[in-house]
Write a protein that binds this ligand. Sequence first.
Ligand SMILES: NC(=O)C1=CN([C@@H]2O[C@H](COP(=O)(O)OP(=O)(O)OC[C@H]3O[C@@H](n4cnc5c(N)ncnc54)[C@H](O)[C@@H]3O)[C@@H](O)[C@H]2O)C=CC1
Length: 410
Amino acid sequence: MTDNPTLIRDSFALVQQHADKLTGHFYATLFLHNPEVRELFPPAMDVQRDRLFRALAGAVRMLDRPAELTSFLEQLGRDHRKYEVRAEHYDAVGNALLATLRRFAGEAWTPAHESAWSEAYRLIAAAMSGAAEAEAGRTPPSWLAEVVGHEQRSPDLAVLTLRPNAPFPYRAGQYTTVETARWPRVWRPYSIANAPRRDGLVTLHVRAVPAGWVSNTLVHHTRVGDVVRLGPGRGSMTLPERPSRRVVCVAGGTGLAPIKALVEEMIARHRPLTLHLFVGARQQSDLYDLRSLHQLASVFPRLILVPVISAEIGYPGVQGRLPEVVPAQGHWPEHEVFVAGPDDMVVSMVERFQRDGVPAERLHYDLSTTPAELDITSGLLDGAAGLLDGGAGLLGSGPGRPEGGEQSAH
Ligand SMILES: NC(=O)C1=CN([C@@H]2O[C@H](COP(=O)(O)OP(=O)(O)OC[C@H]3O[C@@H](n4cnc5c(N)ncnc54)[C@H](O)[C@@H]3O)[C@@H](O)[C@H]2O)C=CC1
């Protein structure tokens, strides 16, 4: 991506300590010189600020892994289609970025830094816009979807059924991003909770999290007949071509959504010999989809459903946290493994499966942040596919790490 990763890294180290001020200055410069760009961004910029810096830091960290960096940038470019980003916006961002780096690096900034960053940014913009253009003829940048079902399963959790206005391609286990009319330009990621269906309907499990703009809108202020916008299906936790005939799935909270889609897909197509499904929740009342899971088990008796409750004294069934319970309930090294839920739980679970001998190619999960951002130093998760979809949006308001931990409402 650049001939001069050392110059980029060194100069980035100079400004890194000023992350907050740097991003504030970047956006101020961008909007001052290009006021028309402001409308591409959400009304509140706090989350956005953090996201830009994480994107830059992520890209700088990937400099010595050019293939990974290129695919990261291409994905970012495709995802920016839904923000209606145009070619001239890339120039505006590049100019503001260079001006900001120059200012914060101060006297240490040299002409060599300037040319290394200009070249790197030119390549970044080319990778992003090239990928966006290549996708343009194939799929729409976003889909309008009518809400055709809204079930309040608990005070803070709803199951929504949506009908996209055009064929919406995705694979079981992937997530989409959602924008509501109430909060234009604010997108949040939610896993799709069903395998692709003939009627094209898409189901989401949404937990309203404190201060979560989109999740609260979807749970508390959305009715049948409302229309939302969806971004394209993303994520790497999909069924491999030839999965092992023995499968174990671990779902924490609303992490059940992608797992349920995968379970449906496996029951319909690959019909494993055994299919263990551990569903973790704090209390029994949080097991919001148990009835439908029992229905799946009744049509496919090889589905072994194990609800696991972590914080309810006196619960008569399996108690504990998933990373402790699952290893105690079986021996999984021969299994295909799928894990979804809070990042901490996914990381603990994956590390445990790895220690127990499950090879990387049979371990499937997505994280809402990249391993680097999670500050995983063990290296166990290196190469893990994060929910990179704008998790690092350089320009528009990608989902990323939303305010108030809203990604917890996938
Ligand atoms: N593809 C994915 O991995 C998806 C992930 N999610 C994530 O799932 C989470 C769901 O949140 P809630 O419904 O509030 O679930 P929750 O916080 O109530 O957790 C459910 C269960 O997960 C386990 N758990 C939670 N935190 C843990 C920790 N720190 N260490 C070990 N185990 C832990 C416990 O067994 C707990 O009962 C969100 O963070 C969301 O971002 C949601 C959808 C898809």
